[in-house]
Structures are given as C-alpha cells and as structure tokens.
Write a protein that binds this ligand. Structure first.
Ligand SMILES: NC(=O)c1ccc[n+]([C@@H]2O[C@H](COP(=O)([O-])OP(=O)(O)OC[C@H]3O[C@@H](n4cnc5c(N)ncnc54)[C@H](O)[C@@H]3O)[C@@H](O)[C@H]2O)c1
Ligand SMILES: CCCCC/C=C\C=C\[C@H](O)C/C=C\C/C=C\CCCC(=O)O
Length: 258
C-alpha cells in the first residue's frame, strides 16, 4: 500500500511509539488522526506537526480507548474530516499490574473496541475501501514477562485477536489486512516508569534485568519503521513481527489443523 493521501488513525498517538508512528506516517504522505487522553502533550505535539506538515493533515481527538462513545465519535470525526479511514494503528497501552483490570480494558479490550468501530468505516462489506490494521502487541505477546502476568496475557490476547480477525477478513471479504507488531523493550516513558518501580521492589527484578540485557532496548524509530513494513507490504496478513535491536523476524505459528 502506498501511503500518499491515505488516512490513518493512531491510538496512544502523542507519546512514545505512537508519536514516532504518527510522524513516520506523515513523512510518507498520510493524513493522521491522533487519538489520545493526554491533551497537554497532544496540543503541544500538534503545534509542531502543523508547522512541519501543514494545517490540514492532522487531527487531534480526545479519545479514551475504554469508551465506546468516544471511539465512535473520534472515528466518525476522522471520516467526516478526511474522507474515510484506510489505516488503523491500535497502539494505546499501559503497564500497571496493580490496576490490572484497567490494563485489560485498555491493552486488550481497547484494541477490540476500536477495531470493531473501525470496521464500520473500513470494511468493504460496510461500504469502506478496505485497508490495514496494525496492533502494537509486544514480545510479551509471544512469551512470558515473568513479573507482568496480566500484561503478558493482554498482549497474547492481542495477537490471538489479530490472527482471528485476519482470517475472518480473508474469509468474509473485508479487504482489510490485520497484523501485530511485537517489539522487545523500547525506550519510552512506559519503559522508564516501570523500570523505576522495579528497581525498588520485586524479587523478580534481577531476572527482568537479565531479559533487558539479552534483548536490548529499541528506540522508537526502529519500532515505527517495522510498523510501516506491516502497513505497506500487501502480502502481510495475520502476521506477528518480532522487533529487537537490529533484527526483525516473522513468527511461524504451529499449525494444528493440518
Ligand atoms: N515501551 C516498551 O518497552 C514497549 C514494548 C513493547 C510494546 N509496547 C507497547 O507499545 C504501546 C505504546 O507504548 P509506549 O511505550 O509508547 O507507551 P507510552 O506510555 O510512552 O505512550 C502511550 C500513549 O498511550 C496513551 N494512552 C494511554 N492510555 C490510553 C487510553 N486509555 N486511551 C487512549 N490513549 C491512551 C498515552 O497517553 C500515551 O500517549 C503499548 O501498547 C505498549 O504496551 C511498549
Ligand atoms: C517488568 C517489566 C520491566 C520493564 C519492561 C517495561 C516495558 C516493556 C514492555 C514490553 O512490552 C515487554 C517487552 C518484552 C518482553 C520480553 C520478553 C518476553 C518473552 C520472553 C521469552 O519468550 O522468554
């Protein structure tokens, strides 16, 4: 898919990975609706983006992915302003095991909520043009992050949802590819905040630090580049792309029904 003139929605767009993805989509000619709950960081980012990419290519929408009402309003506003939706990046996520129900609601249910509303705009069965959805999962969607069991569960859930939606899209003719991105640790506020808590407490901290040493820490632009591959490569559907420093690999899942 060539990005020039395409219309993208990014959730959790104003910080970290979402911000890098937004900037890369804009650099490649797309228009972007930025959905986020952080109004202050959002407004400050918009000032910069409008100066750099013009007044008409970005839209900041206050949208909590826990609210169906806000999601519906945000996607309708995007479609009315730009003329449809071609790309959805489900990226909003948190890591906080002590408020784990909220984490499930944002990390997993948020992806499901936004996807179902987006289908009404994107699916060829609903009058849309088709397109592509990329869900930011994690390496913790493919293996255990030992002191974050609920975070691990949400990310495994995102990968399962991605694969089932990809197959459903092919079987039903939505015209939408659905893929998951699985980065290892990434240098963002989420990572720094969790690390500072970890340093003070958990007896599992040493094991986690070993994991961080083993995988290394990515910068956000490496992650955004990998996400762009999943958006632009029309052959990718139902894939989980692992991203670690200097390396990307598509997962081969076991096939049970053979
Ligand atoms: N940082 C990492 O090491 C890492 C690694 C793998 C995957 N991820 C995943 O990448 C995604 C982005 O993480 P990040 O590291 O950039 O985090 P971040 O905290 O830097 O940015 C997250 C953004 O999401 C927004 N957000 C949070 N809750 C929201 C909600 N309910 N509705 C809408 N927006 C909301 C925040 O305001 C923020 O702008 C998450 O899904 C995370 O799980 C992160
Ligand atoms: C307690 C967490 C430490 C700080 C991590 C902060 C954020 C990281 C978020 C990522 O989504 C998690 C990234 C990678 C998970 C790493 C390994 C899981 C798989 C291990 C395995 O298969 O052996």
């Amino acid at each position: 898919m060539a990005l020039n003139g395409k219309i993208a929605v990014v959730t959790g767009a104003v910080m970290g990975i979402g911000k890098a993805v937004t900037e890369l989509l804009l650099q490649n000619g797309a228009k972007v609706a930025l959905l986020d709950v952080n109004r202050i960081a959002g407004e400050s980012l918009m000032e910069t983006l409008k100066k750099q990419y013009g007044q008409e290519r970005t839209l900041l929408l206050n949208c909590n992915v826990e609210s169906d009402e806000q999601i519906k309003a945000a996607l309708q506003k995007t479609a009315d302003t730009f003329g449809g939706i071609d790309i959805l990046c489900n990226n909003a996520g948190i890591m906080n095991e002590s408020t784990w129900e909220r984490m499930v609601s944002i990390n997993l249910m948020g992806v499901i909520r936004v996807t179902y509303v987006a289908l009404e705009h994107m699916s060829k069965l609903a009058g849309g043009r088709g397109g592509v959805i990329v869900n930011t999962a994690s390496l913790a969607g493919l293996g255990p992050l030992l002191n974050c069991p609920v975070y691990t569960a949400t990310k495994h859930g995102v990968i399962g949802f991605t694969r089932a939606m990809a197959d459903a899209s092919t079987a039903s003719g939505y015209g939408i590819r659905v893929n998951a991105l699985c980065p290892s640790f990434v240098q963002t506020d989420l990572f720094t905040n969790v690390l500072s808590i970890l340093r003070q407490s958990s007896h599992l901290a040493a094991a986690t630090h070993q994991m961080i040493e083993k995988f290394g820490v990515l910068n956000v632009s490496e992650v955004a580049d990998a996400l762009l591959e999943l958006v632009t490569d029309d052959t990718k559907n139902g894939e989980a792309l692992i991203v670690v420093p200097n390396e990307r690999n598509y997962i081969t899942f076991p096939s049970i029904l053979k």
